[in-house]
Design a protein around this ligand. Structure first.
Ligand code: PHE
Length: 338
């Protein structure tokens, strides 16, 4: 028995040291220590060993198992190291890793999303309409007479068909009222187009956010409160907001809204951010005529509307001095908003 154990041990150690890969090593392990392995079977024979030798044979068996197990483990480590080295051949693991580049939202997207979030909290739902509009939705239904300067070819992009690129998002007010019934409380962010000379504060494509609230008893204080709250949420609770009388064909009374802002190192100054007003009853009349009903009866419902320039809001928020930066996609500029 003792010789048998010694022979098993010698053979096992030889096979382990000759193993060329983990597969061969595993085969060697199973052949000795597996259920039907040579050492396992030999150990089963201990019941036939005379009593007085049992202890010595047991010790030998244990020693053999310990040594074989240790040989298996160290051979496995050695084989893994060889495999790792082969896998890394030709690769320099000391080189710095490649950074994972993360993108970020464009500042216009950020300010638009934030504006939407604030207004949705106040109960405004999203609405939209086409950017290629007709004169009716862009002007006539908004009480804008044919000789109004905004309708001039010099100010508006017209197609040969007579359609045009909408000059403001106010057309969505009309499209919404054509199909909804009061109460109506919507916002419509989107592009608007004007034939402006392009400079640091003007582009021919810009972004607006329109708002419309029509219900019973909507009043001027509702308009003021809503927009003051909105602008203070956006620019900080202590932001001063001013309503300056103005004229729009589709609202009466009408206002322009300024916020007072302090740009670093400069005296605080008023900056215009939006136009607004109470929906002119003439607009309701036109809607009712088109719908052939009385859903927007000016004796029963009132409303306010507002439109603001999202590009302008972004420029104010981040102190951007040239609107053209917003469309140039210069990564050095965009990175600052990541
Ligand atoms: N549409 C106007 C503009 O583009 C803004 C406005 C919207 C004014 C709604 C009043 C009400 O200047």
């Amino acid at each position: 028995m003792k010789e048998q154990i010694a022979a098993i041990q010698t053979e096992a150690l030889a096979r382990i040291s000759a193993a060329e890969d983990e597969r061969m090593l595993e085969d060697a392990r199973v052949a000795v220590l597996g259920k039907k392995g040579s050492l396992t079977l030999a150990a089963a024979g201990i019941k036939d060993v005379p009593k007085e030798e049992k202890a010595a044979v047991g010790q030998l068996l244990n020693a053999a198992r310990t040594e074989i197990t240790a040989a298996l483990e160290s051979k496995q480590l050695a084989l893994r190291e060889i495999a790792d080295r082969a896998a890394l051949a030709g690769i320099d693991p000391t080189l710095p890793g490649r950074p994972i580049l993360t993108g970020a939202l464009h500042p216009l997207t950020q300010i638009r999303d934030e504006a939407i979030r604030i207004l949705r909290r106040m109960g405004f739902a999203l609405a939209d309409g086409p950017e290629i509009e007709d004169e009716f939705h862009c002007f006539d239904a908004l009480n804008t007479p044919a000789d109004h300067p905004a309708r001039n070819e010099k100010d508006t992009f017209y197609f040969d068909s007579g359609k045009l690129l909408r000059t403001h998002t106010s057309s969505v007010q009309i499209r919404t009222m054509e199909s909804a019934t009061p109460p109506v409380r919507i916002i419509a962010p989107g592009s608007a187009y004007r034939r402006d000379e392009i400079d640091a504060t003007h582009l021919s494509v810009f972004n607006q956010l329109e708002g419309l609230y029509v219900a019973e008893d909507v009043s001027l204080p509702d308009l003021k409160g809503t927009l003051e709250y909105f602008l203070r949420e956006l620019f900080g609770t202590s932001t001063e907001v001013r309503f300056r009388p103005h004229f729009f064909p589709f609202t009466e009374p009408s206002f322009e809204i300024d916020v007072k802002l302090q740009v670093k190192g400069q005296a605080p100054r008023w900056i215009e951010v939006a136009g607004c007003g109470m929906v002119d009853p003439a607009v309701f009349d036109s809607i009712n005529k088109g719908r052939k009903d009385d859903a927007f009866n000016p004796d029963k419902v009132t409303g306010f509307a507002f439109g603001m320039g999202l590009d302008r809001l972004a420029m104010i928020r981040w102190g951007i001095k040239d609107i053209r930066l917003l469309i140039e996609n210069d990564v050095r500029f965009l990175k600052q908003f990541a």
